[in-house]
Design a protein around this ligand. Structure first.
Ligand code: GDD
Ligand code: MG
Length: 368
């Protein structure tokens, strides 16, 4: 069975990280996210994929070119010259598809759900599409889905307003589609599967659902990316890749409990690198990161080459590749620093502040 992975979005909610790294490649436990997606699909019986791409396709293709272990796994690339939307992106992949029922996934969901089961349920029904549902606290950022007792979809409402929320069940971004659905998608224009195709199938009584209670998370915001990183580090989701070793420094007095540091990183004496009980959870340090003397890093993600100078504090935040946090500066509260930016000595960044790539913040000039 083939799968289409939608990875063409701009990843706006994860900016400024996604100015430099497409969402599909943001690392979890130092492994690009899409690697987890491929594992998930293969475990569910998928034997070839088409990547439906638009924004920053090159680094994604380079990643796959470097995956020797996937050389016998067919991967095609369907690149849009303008955004075609979530259904238009599937249509654009049609030339690589075999005309059989197919799996479609949003390229930003981290999940341990049973894909084979979803396929089986789909095949035993007369529906044209079967969507997997998951339960979330606040459905307003998702596609809300009401079902009846036979799991027929009664309503599909993308991004409901707060007063339209009638259930906690939402679209998990994992579909099994008959090829007839693919053929029905209009060509050469932007088409949303959530706003056009699903409501239409629902009205025809051809849209079914399957509820999953397995691990599921959309990694598309700083908060959920940090949570996904924590879950990947703690082993709650995703199997470690062979040959991918941790240096476990639990016993080190310089680091907090449950810290795993992936070499090569440099951590000076007297740092606290650890877990945050509020936002962020476990900390992840990318290749070539440097943490200076007495710095504190908790519940955060430091992407490759990030540097934290002595005495600085980073909590519940994401530090972009090659970015630098100056001496005694504080970065906390879901703040996100873009690639190569420099936060000068003594600044305080809080409350989700985002600094664009390459920006230099002068010493002691910001206090949020
Ligand atoms: N090829 C292509 N072209 N892909 C696209 C495009 C496009 O124009 N627009 C978005 N995508 C990809 C994104 O890269 C992402 O992997 C996926 O489609 C979903 O887009 P998001 O922008 O992440 O959507 P969302 O998170 O707001 O909502 C979607 O996912 C939720 C589950 O996480 C919807 O499908 C919701 O209904 C769903 O609940
Ligand atoms: Mg998303």
């Amino acid at each position: 069975m083939q799968a289409v992975i939608l990875v063409g979005g701009l990843g706006t909610r994860l900016r400024p990280i996604t100015f430099d790294i497409p969402k599909a490649l943001v690392p979890l436990r130092n492994e690009p996210f899409i690697g987890y997606m491929i594992d998930f699909l293969r475990a569910g019986g998928v034997d070839g994929v088409v990547l439906s791409m638009g924004y920053m396709p090159d680094p994604i293709q380079e990643y796959f070119a470097g995956r020797e272990d996937l050389k016998d796994f067919p991967i095609h690339y369907a690149v849009e010259d303008r955004p075609l939307g979530t259904a238009g992106g599937i249509k654009n992949a049609e030339r690589y598809l075999d005309g059989e029922p197919l799996v479609v996934v949003n390229g930003d969901v981290l999940t341990g759900t049973d894909l084979a089961k979803a396929v089986e349920l789909h095949q035993s029904s007369d529906s044209l599409a079967t969507i997997t549902l998951t339960s979330v606290e606040d459905p307003t950022a998702y596609g809300l889905v009401e079902v009846d007792h036979d799991m027929l979809v009664r309503r599909f409402l993308e991004k409901p307003a707060a007063d339209e929320v009638t259930t906690n069940l939402v679209n998990a971004g994992i579909y099994v589609l008959e090829s007839e659905v693919l053929r029905s998608i209009p060509e050469d224009r932007e088409v949303s599967i959530e706003r056009e195709i699903f409501p239409d199938l629902q009205a025809r009584g051809k849209l079914r659902a399957h509820i999953s209670s397995s691990y599921w998370r959309d990694i598309g915001t700083p908060r959920s990316y940090l949570a996904a990183s924590h879950d990947a580090l703690s082993g709650a989701v995703g199997a470690p890749r062979k040959g991918f070793e941790y240096l476990d420094v639990n016993s080190s007095t310089e680091c907090g409990k449950n810290v795993k540091i992936l070499p090569p990183v440099s951590v000076a004496a007297g740092c606290e690198i650890g877990h945050s009980a509020s936002i962020g959870g476990r900390t992840s340090l990318g290749n070539g990161c440097r943490v200076g003397e007495g710095a504190v890093v908790e519940g955060s993600i430091l992407l490759d080459g990030a540097e934290i100078d002595s005495g600085a504090v980073v909590r519940g935040s994401i530090i972009g590749p090659g970015a630098r946090v100056g001496q005694n500066a504080i970065v906390r509260g879901l703040s996100v620093l873009g690639a190569r930016c420099v936060v000068g000595e003594g600044n305080v960044l809080d409350q989700g502040v985002r600094i664009n790539p390459g920006v230099v913040v002068s010493p002691r000039s910001l206090s949020f």
